[in-house]
Design a protein around this ligand. Structure first.
Ligand code: PAF
Length: 294
């Protein structure tokens, strides 16, 4: 595995690759969710490029950039074991040198849900992902369902900026008790970790109702909210039932695929999770097709 820290070296390494490239972009603190993306990339491409970069432009000033979990040596070992070919791990000054001035801003699809609660977040994500796409020139790029709006925003950007590549969405990887794997789970103490699977239980409650025929977005949101409210360790931020293609909040019953998503605070962790309904659509091909549109 080649570990690269500079743009020049990355250009050279990319030029030397002839086959199909799969890319997985991460902020490190790798877990089984990241490894599932890499496994998929490994299976479908000749070479795999992974990146580790905690991107400062996607954190608001009061957010957790300085405390975000960092475990570089362990991450590199995991990537080596996963047979990644190239890892790009630049310093902040390499990606954002002094006098850096260019940002990528995606419209409508980036404005609701997470975009509304985390101003500047998707501008930072779209900017760094654009830079990483330009540098790594993948044929396929892999993202996790857990960040469903991120996937939709990136798909929109890929279409709008005419990138010739495929964005592939892999289903959320969960612990046995249903908690979606996230680097930020490291912030949870024992009691908070015990409470955190309530997100999954809340999603399931709405999914069960959907399964029984309920299609009214308000009723589905309420079913999830009820479960969240019953867990005092967790502070609910929002529960949304949105069109899975446009991410517009829904108010009328619909048979269209629906993205049920939520964010909560548990101690100093802000956790998000989601499920696409009908639940049978939570697989790689359907998620890739539906989330944010084709
Ligand atoms: O999902 C993440 O880890 C980040 O938002 C990403 C896509 C690596 C951009 O910094």
């Amino acid at each position: 595995m080649q570990t690269i820290e500079t743009i020049i070296e990355l250009h050279k390494a990319r030029e030397a690759i002839t086959g199909r490239v799969g890319a997985v972009y991460t902020m490190g603190a790798l877990h089984k969710g990241h490894l599932a993306l890499i496994e998929q990339a490994r299976a479908e491409n000749d070479q795999v490029i992974a990146t580790i970069f905690v991107n400062p432009t996607q954190f608001a000033p009061q957010e957790d950039f300085s405390t975000y979990p960092r475990s570089l040596e362990q991450d590199l070992q995991l990537l080596r074991d996963a047979k990644v070919d190239v890892v790009f791990n630049p310093l902040t000054e390499i990606m954002y040198p002094p006098n850096y001035q260019t940002y990528v801003e995606v419209g409508e699809i980036a404005r609701g849900l997470e975009g509304m609660r985390r101003p500047g977040f998707f501008r930072g994500v779209a900017t760094i992902v654009t830079k990483l796409l330009n540098l790594t020139e993948p044929h396929n790029v892999y993202f996790g369902q857990k960040d469903a709006q991120q996937v939709a925003v990136i798909k929109q950007m890929v279409r709008d900026l005419n990138y010739s590549l495929k964005v592939i969405v892999c289903p959320t990887v969960r612990d046995e008790d249903g908690l979606a794997l996230s680097s930020r789970n490291a912030y949870l103490d024992k009691n908070q970790r015990r409470a955190a699977p309530v997100l999954y239980r809340a999603l399931q409650a709405a999914a069960d109702l959907y399964e029984k025929g309920e299609r009214t977005p308000k009723a589905l949101r309420l079913a999830a909210q009820k479960v969240l409210i019953a867990e005092p360790t967790v502070e609910m931020e929002y529960v949304s039932a949105a069109d899975a293609v446009t991410l517009n909040e829904l108010f009328e019953a619909t048979e269209k695929p629906l993205l049920l998503s939520m964010a909560v605070r548990v101690g100093k962790a802000r956790l998000i999770d989601n499920l696409v309904l009908p639940a049978a659509l939570n697989n790689r091909d359907d998620l890739t097709r539906i989330l944010g549109g084709a």
